[in-house]
Design a protein around this ligand. Structure first.
Ligand SMILES: NC(=O)c1ccc[n+]([C@@H]2O[C@H](COP(=O)([O-])OP(=O)(O)OC[C@H]3O[C@@H](n4cnc5c(N)ncnc54)[C@H](O)[C@@H]3O)[C@@H](O)[C@H]2O)c1
Length: 312
């Protein structure tokens, strides 16, 4: 099939592009390279350096390539930037996504798979991990924008103009996540520890997240194409892991023996979150498989090789 992967020079979607190529699809990647890297691009994929908000260029792309599947992952992913520059966040994450969606509708794309968030859409977790039926109460504008796009997709799906699948990822980690980014605590801690620097934990270390390994997320994307309805589907482990546990696990894997710096808590971040993925299990046949320690080991291994001068 002809598959268009937006954000495919980035962390998650470059692995998705790889997976499509492995199953024999023709892959076209669109990315403006604001956070993505050329070295993540698979050789066999076509690539255009484009901004998803560029209406003319995106239209031409659909017209020329005629994608059958669109895997929409390009986004402004920084929660804090969404609070500082909400209009910029909405321009990329809402209007850019709408550009992707409208072209998909107009050119009869078979299915759009949308990377939404499970970590930033439900707000604070008070009791058990939220299911997809738990009310959406984001505290970051990034979460608001993602939910907004879900609603556009749902409306087009209701009017039968577009088939789509919404995947709400927990905190994804693994190879190719940027160690110098604003998001991705596993990669950030790993990069700093390999460099002999002290990572900062914001708060006292008891904030929790649900860490899902990137290969599991890729599998969810592939299964969604085979069996997925609109969803949304939470894609996580249901397990809470604290910042301190991440620090300790990465320290063990890198051989770092220093202490963290404890900084102030940051705005827009929930204190606790893990998500319930029973729907993905029941409807897609998907479950997270990677053990956290193994996923950390693979991530550390990748960053050791990717970071010149890192402690071996
Ligand atoms: N990493 C996570 O934990 C996580 C969790 C939930 C949802 N998601 C979603 O998954 C998707 C991929 O996230 P990621 O972690 O791989 O981030 P990433 O930053 O590595 O990937 C995003 C890619 O989009 C590109 N991009 C950004 N703005 C663009 C624009 N205007 N036009 C074209 N390309 C643009 C970037 O250059 C980058 O390559 C995003 O939609 C993100 O919101 C990620």
């Amino acid at each position: 099939m002809r598959v268009l992967v937006t954000g495919g020079a980035g962390f998650i979607a470059s692995h998705i592009a790889d997976a499509h190529l492995r199953r024999g699809d023709e892959v076209f990647v669109v990315d403006n390279l604001c956070a993505g890297r050329r070295e993540n691009l698979p050789d066999a994929a076509a690539f255009a350096q484009l901004d998803i908000t560029d209406e003319t260029a995106m239209r031409k792309l659909w017209n020329d390539f005629r994608p059958e599947i669109v895997s929409h992952h390009a986004a402004q992913i920084d929660v804090r930037r969404s609070l500082e520059e909400p209009a910029f966040d909405a321009r990329v994450n809402v209007l850019g996504s709408l550009n992707v969606i409208k072209n998909s509708v107009d050119y009869n794309t078979d299915r759009v798979v949308f990377a939404s968030t499970g970590g930033a859409i439900y707000g604070e977790m008070h009791r058990a991990p939220p299911t997809e039926d738990t009310p959406v109460q984001p505290i970051s504008l990034y979460g608001v924008a993602k939910y907004c796009v879900e609603q556009y997709l749902a409306a087009y799906a209701r009017s039968e103009e577009l088939a789509c699948t919404i995947l709400r990822y927990a905190n994804v980690y693994g190879p190719r996540q940027r160690a110098d980014g604003e998001a991705g605590v596993v990669a950030i801690f790993t990069g700093l520890m390999l460099d002999g620097q002290r990572p900062t934990i914001f708060g006292c270390g008891d904030k929790t997240r649900d860490y899902v390994y990137v290969a599991d997320v890729v599998r969810a994307n592939m299964m969604a194409l085979e069996r997925g309805g609109i969803g949304p589907y939470n894609i996580g482990t249901g397990v809470e892991t604290s910042d301190q546990q991440v620090f300790d696990s990465v320290a063990a894997a890198t051989g770092y023996d220093g202490e963290p710096i404890y900084g102030d808590e940051r705005k827009g971040e929930v204190h606790r979150i893990a998500i319930n993925s029973d729907r993905a299990r029941d409807e897609l046949g998907w479950q997270a498989e990677m053990e956290f320690a193994d996923g950390i080991a693979r991530t550390v291994d990748y960053l050791r090789k990717a970071t010149p001068g890192a402690a071996k």
